[in-house]
Write a new protein. Structure first.
Length: 351
């Protein structure tokens, strides 16, 4: 299945049905009077977050969604049936924007969350509503109200507790494969990862969601490489794990390049808690590694961890550090969109 995190679609709610202008025609009823029923209400357009989806690919092949029109009223005071609603099923983490992409209409962060996007038109009154002591035989009935229509943008921002960032070939996919059951593509060339990939990390009886974000290069905010389009998925992360390839010539330069792209996209990203790690340390002699680590810590002003996703060196320790920050975020912000999937103890049953 292809990954799609942005789609533009057209929605229209149903028009209301028209009221009926009819009169009773029963035998032996001399003054039958009006008996026109009301029109049915038009269907609504809803958007709902459902489980089991992680892409908006369904909205690439179908862009128009129209709810059913309400049925017209009928004689014998019969109200027309309402039109059927349209429900747009989207992954958790989907945001809905208006056509200009500026105004957010909905932010779906929980399974089952439902938001009304377009309300169906009301049905028109039949002539029974207009009967009075001075107008015993009204011949008027209202038409149904029109529905609402608009173009909207669907934008998916994957919900993850922690995100992996770094230059291409920093070893992010290898790290994700080492700590989760995810099977990302791994190769010895840049931009192996073309789409964000999620995995569940299990550590010390707890679980959290880790996202592998495609690599950034200098100028990504201007569209260079894969651009910054996937950085939106980092916005919901509680903490970032910044991996730096220890085999490259300038680790500090790699660090500041990625940080500059994060800041160019949104200053909020550079304020997130960050853990920095030199990856692929199994390919570096220990003496050179100690010197590289000390130099990098001095230049960036942060502690630097030593890990190797391929060899499994330091992986469990750094996952524990990640979970500590994730747990702090969950404790301080109970309404955070990231989902706590830690297994809970079953309560004892009582009659």
């Amino acid at each position: 299945m292809k990954f799609l995190d942005r789609a533009k679609i057209y929605i229209r709610s149903g028009d209301g049905g028209s009221g009926a202008a009819t009169f009773r025609r029963e035998k032996f009823i001399e003054y039958g009077g009006p008996n026109g029923g009301d029109g049915g209400r038009g269907g609504d357009v809803w958007v709902e977050a459902v489980d089991g989806l992680n892409t908006l690919i369904d909205y690439r092949y179908r862009q128009h969604f129209k709810a059913q029109r309400g049925t017209d009223g009928m004689g014998q005071n019969r109200t027309g049936p309402s039109g059927e609603d349209v429900v747009l099923k989207v992954p958790v983490g989907t945001q809905v924007f208006d056509e200009d992409g500026e105004v957010m209409l909905a932010d779906l962060t929980e399974v089952g969350q439902r938001v009304l996007l377009a309300k169906g038109g009301n049905g028109g009154f039949g002539n029974t509503h207009f009967k009075s002591s001075t107008n015993r035989a009204p011949r008027r009935a209202n038409k149904g109200q029109p529905g609402e229509e608009m173009w909207i943008w669907l934008q998916l921002k994957l919900i993850a507790d922690a995100g992996l960032i770094g230059l291409p070939n920093a070893g992010k996919s290898t790290m994700l494969a080492a700590v989760t059951s995810a099977k990302p593509k791994i190769a010895d060339y840049p931009f192996t990862t073309l789409n964000p990939i999620l995995g569940v990390v299990k550590i010390d009886g707890h679980e959290f969601v880790l996202a592998d974000i495609p690599g950034l290069i200098e100028g990504a905010h201007m569209g260079v490489g894969l651009g910054h389009r996937f950085l939106g998925h980092v916005e919901r992360c509680a903490v970032l794990l910044h991996l730096i390839d220890a085999t490259q010539d300038d680790p500090a330069g790699a660090y500041f390049t990625v940080r500059a792209e994060l800041e160019a996209y949104d200053e909020i990203l550079v304020e997130k808690p960050e853990i920095v790690a030199l990856n692929k340390i199994d390919a570096i002699p220990q003496e050179q590694l100690d010197e590289m680590r000390a130099s990098l810590e001095e230049e960036i002003g942060k502690p630097v961890h030593l890990v190797s996703g391929a060899a499994g060196i330091g992986v469990q320790q750094i996952m524990r550090e990640l979970f500590k920050l994730v747990a702090e975020r969950r404790a301080n912000d109970p309404d955070a969109p990231a989902t706590d999937i830690t297994p809970k103890a079953k309560e004892s049953w009582t009659p």
